[in-house]
Design a protein around this ligand. Sequence first.
Ligand SMILES: [Mn+2]
Length: 382
Amino acid sequence: MSIRLLHIADLHLDRAFVGMGCQGDLAIRRRLGLREALRRAGQTALERGCSAVTIGGDLYEHDRAGAATAAFLVETFASWQPMKVLLAPGNHDPLLTGSIYSRTEWPSNVHLFSTSDLHPVAISDGLAVWGLAHLEPAWQGDPLAGDPVGADGGVHLALFHGAELGSRPEGKSIHGPFHAAAIHGRGFAGALCGHYHRRRVDESSGLLYPGSPEPLTFDECEPRGAVVVTVEGDGSLSHEPLQDNRWHARIAVADVATARGLADVVEAATAAAMVACAGLQPDRVILRLDLCGEIDHAVPADTFTVETAVRDTCAVAGLRVRDLTSPALSIVAVSSEATVRGAFARAAAQAAESADDEQRRILDDALRYGLQALSGNEVGLR
Ligand SMILES: [Mn+2]
């Protein structure tokens, strides 16, 4: 007989979303969307006849989550009874004294792992899920340390928040480092993990990162959702990754190198935004739009105007425009002018000679704004 589990991780309830430029109503809608994603996962698990929902950490953000979040979790988990809920705290929701995990009275179907080494919970005859908790936000232990399990037969799965070192995304923090090879090495058929927000299903090593169910940063594109894990009668695992995110994060790049004026910049930006959002419900899209290319110094790439125009055309819920253009300048030509512009360019060039990298960036900006101003243009700050 096969047994099904539904695995999620990195929901990050109560996230502020400032990094995605979300404020006010939009930030509230995003946070409500995270709660919806949890309810949806439970609903799916019930419909699919899952024995348990496993949650691999970062269920909420400790610094922001309070009594209302605890009440929401209790009510949600209780409504799933008798289906089990297994909680394995991670680095954003460590099992600290005074945390939601510690001070909440959980419904009887909830099991909270509370040690920093793996301990088992029996899901059925012959299937155990071993979980652990991060007891501090900067835990550096090896989640798979310890003696091999499974000498008595049966299927054993591990559930924890940790950083698989062979697949670590660049710059991602290391909490609970481990290697995928240790999953089978320690006798586990698979590891239900959390921490990396991009989905990874590796049938050969048994490593599973479902990814965050809704996008939390601009680069978190699809697929997003829970993963249904089936333990077959012969002990093998199969994975069914779902895609049911309701929000979409997108990055668009508009090359404005050929722009002759602000209208051209707006046109290129709007076109890029339309392509990025094609087929999506715009009021659930958070878009970052990067303007790039070498642009004539006389052309103001005013981000505020671009933002307003793109919002007007695409009606996206959230938008952040970044001006990454660089001035296309012939300093030599401008410097030779017997004008104020020429004198200004010569002064900037002279200052740049003895400048370090940081000062040079400031001088580049000064040159750009100065030449824009001297050309009679409105100066748009980058
Ligand atoms: Mn996370």
